[in-house]
Design a protein around this ligand. Sequence first.
Ligand code: ATP
Length: 296
Amino acid sequence: LLQVFMPLNILGFIYREVRRCLIDVESMFKLLGHRSKLTICPQPLAVADDFDALRFDRVSFSYDGRRKVLNNVSFDIPKGSKVALVGSSGSGKSTLGRLLFRFYDVDSGAVRFGDENINQLDVDDWRQQLGVVPQDTVLFNETLGANLRYGDPTCSDEELAEAIAHADLTQFIAKLPDGLETMVGERGLKLSGGEKQRVSIARMLLKKPQIMIFDEATSALDSRSEQSILAALASVAKDHTSLVIAHRLSTIVDADNIVVLHEGRVVEQGSHQQLLALKQHYFAMWNLQQQSQQSD
Ligand code: ATP
């Protein structure tokens, strides 16, 4: 019996690994938009286990070498803090995320992890330090449990339960007749946008990255989903370093620092209250969103 099961087990493992790689590649290309222009450092450094802050230090960048999409952008994400990026469509928020992932190199300035320019770090090692909750989560045709374990296939049941609790999915799973064994994906249970994002949050927690990036979905969620995501985010961000690329300002009022981008430049940064008091860009964005919520 063992002779039959061992090869089947190995085949199952290979199948899962190949599928996992395909999903990674698919997500990467979505994030990239087009080909990478990365230059590889010949003698890369290993990533340090600890850091005081992640720093965007006078970063400028252009996709085509002509139009500057980011212009002298500087801000810090101190370890343990939650920093939010806001700004109108096309202001450069996702581009900063791509530079952080090293899908492109900056034209001038640097992104630093502690004292180290991330250009000097081993790319794969560096990306291992980053966890992302993308706008659109990819679910594969597997059980919900397997989809969650994608963050760390070797995690224990206790670690999984903890991640599920932090991602505010415990009640949702308890209501499913087959619980974690429920099949999801194209051929199984369809999850809502908010539920999928919470699956991503749990996956990211299992991966245990040093920095968490939350790319908020542009499409509005119903207010119950939004509250649930907010609760999950607050629980996750409490003990972690996080960068939130935000479209709805209501989700980031508790951020330690909010960086406002406009046409590739940082025009303001501070807490929600500080930025409101300035009565400029953020204040205008906040009022506009409040008005549109009232008219919904
Ligand atoms: P949104 O809120 O709509 O997602 P954003 O603030 O994330 O916008 P980016 O996606 O960073 O903005 O885009 C910044 C600028 O760079 C835009 O003018 C955009 O047209 C341009 N841009 C983005 N991706 C590319 C690309 N792959 N090639 C060339 N230009 C790009």
